[in-house]
Design a protein around this ligand. Structure first.
Ligand code: NAD
Length: 472
């Protein structure tokens, strides 16, 4: 069994009080992590604040590349660890480890790119023969990063790698449900040469340590990925600190009447069931044109029946458990409620502990809580529409605005959807979650404040732009 102490500035700090981490499939305890005190968190921030990183671009590049190599070499072991703490199947966690290597590769390469700009000043009638130059500097204070359970490694690396690439100091608090991958990543980075004070990892009970994480005078920026409720709490609490909030989603797949239905159903199933439906960009609503509705649903059902769900450690499994039994019970309750209100259950809604089967319902209406709220699990609710206006109205009739997917080949339809969907991303003939780890990613409305993540955008938000002007 793994027993992880805190990592404060690279030092292992054990604590008597611990949090148990369980394998959701069996309920067995697979590890423990130390429970930080407020004093631990304070010390991590104080050290971070005082430390002034002086790594050259080349040194940052080398550390990030080396960490990527170590992770790639330990891919199977790391995937297994994530499976044990999350219940995600090995297919999902192997994919996650691969994505984490991509993040490190992109961050390493971006560390080499000079991010300054030059502006000539003789551009207008009252201009001068001077130049304004910009450069990006790390924050003066520390970064506080708080991450969710659903991608235990990738959510963490999307905050830590850009911080390293920009010479910042970061204190990470991973989800107490899936903290083991975060500690492993910290050790990999130290092994790759990262100075200890640039990264601390603390785990604990948010009720005890959240206030210190959000209000410490040593923190300049809070970067948070998680649910809307906690995101809004953070927005109210972390006053006069830069905030990057990546919150929940309720992403639609819009299937138009000209769509390739087999492709649409394939995207629907993978967008709904990958990672046990626990992706902020999972497909949460399938909006289907009435002309192709029945055909689409038949194909979706066939693909859903083909999903092998069960033991997350079996390499043949397509879908493991959800995070815990409480989450599975909640999905079951919401589906039952939708059925009581007129939806038709076509497949699934079977539960055993934290194992919840892929589930398809049609005749779902927008007012049902199953789709009005974020249902963070492997459920495919199908709604109908009769015109593009109705599809846009349905899609936008939610508090969320993260991403979306559109199945059509008509450029006029695509143009309207790209312009009129109130979301951060529109993917044509791809799942809403499709992206490069480098490219801008993030939502609007309740899904986020519009500041993006992705390695490039994170590096921008983790730095201050300084301008200086010279007479030549
Ligand atoms: P959550 O909001 O319950 O928890 C997220 C983190 O917040 C955890 O580390 C938790 O310990 C911490 N936390 C709890 N109480 C806190 C407090 N009072 N102050 C500060 N931090 C506190 O989310 P979750 O259940 O772990 O993750 C699922 C949610 O994350 C879903 O809503 C999903 O859509 C969202 N998510 C969003 C994105 C995105 O990029 N937009 C990506 C992944 C997940």
């Amino acid at each position: 069994m793994i027993n992880e102490p805190l990592r404060i500035a690279g030092e292992k700090v054990a604590r008597e009080r611990v949090i148990e981490v369980r394998f959701p499939y069996t309920g067995e305890v697979v590890g423990t992590v130390a429970k930080a005190t407020v004093e631990d968190v304070r010390r991590a921030f104080e050290i971070a604040r005082r430390y002034r990183p002086a790594l050259t671009r080349f040194e940052r590049y080398r550390i990030l590349m080396k960490a990527g190599e170590i992770i790639a070499a330990r891919r199977d072991e790391i995937a297994r660890l994530i499976t044990l703490e999350s219940g995600l199947c090995l297919k999902d966690t192997l994919y996650e480890v691969g994505r984490a290597s991509d993040v490190l590769l992109f961050a390493a390469n971006q560390a080499l790119v000079d991010d300054g700009q030059v502006f000539s000043c003789d551009l207008t009638a009252h201009g001068k023969s001077r130049k304004v130059y910009t450069l990006r500097e790390p924050l003066l204070g520390a970064i506080c990063a708080i991450t969710p359970f659903n991608h235990p490694l990738n959510q963490v690396i999307h905050k830590v790698a850009p911080a390293v690439a920009t010479n910042n100091r970061i204190v990470l608090k991973p989800s107490e449900k899936t903290p083991l991958a975060a500690y492993l990543l910290a050790d990999v980075l130290y092994e790759a040469g990262l100075p200890g004070p640039m990264l601390s990892v603390v785990t604990g009970d948010p009720r005890e340590i959240a206030d210190e994480l959000l209000t410490s005078e040593h923190v300049d920026l809070v970067t948070f990925t998680g649910g809307v409720a906690i995101g809004k709490h953070i927005a109210a609490k972390a006053v006069y600190k830069r905030q990057v909030l990546e919150l929940g989603g309720n992403d639609p797949l819009i299937v138009m009447d000209d769509a390739d239905l087999d492709e649409a159903a394939t995207l629907a199933a993978s967008g709904s069931y990958k990672n046990s439906g626990q992706r902020c960009t999972a497909i949460k609503r399938m909006l289907v044109h009435t002309a192709v509705h029945d055909d689409f649903v038949e194909r979706l059902l066939a693909k859903t029946r083909a999903v092998r769900h069960g033991d997350p450690l079996d390499p043949a499994t397509d879908m493991g458990t959800v995070i815990d039994e409480a989450a599975a019970i909640e999905f079951e309750r919401r589906v039952d409620e939708a059925v009581a209100r007129g939806a038709r259950l076509l497949h699934g809604n079977q539960r055993r502990g934290a194992l919840y089967s892929p589930t398809v319902l049609d005749r779902v209406t927008a007012d049902m809580p199953l789709v009005a709220q974020e249902t963070f699990g492997p459920v495919s609710p199908v709604l109908r529409f009769a015109s593009i206006d109705e599809a846009i109205a349905l899609s936008n009739a939610t508090a969320y605005g993260l991403s979306s997917a559109v199945c059509t080949n008509r450029l006029d339809t695509i143009t309207r959807l790209v312009r009129e969907l109130n979301v951060g991303t529109v993917n044509v003939r791809e799942v809403p979650g499709y992206r490069l780890e480098l490219t801008p990613f993030g939502g609007i409305k309740d899904s986020g404040l519009g500041y993006k993540e992705g390695v490039l955008e994170a590096m921008k938000s983790f730095t201050n732009t300084k301008t200086y002007s010279l007479p030549w």
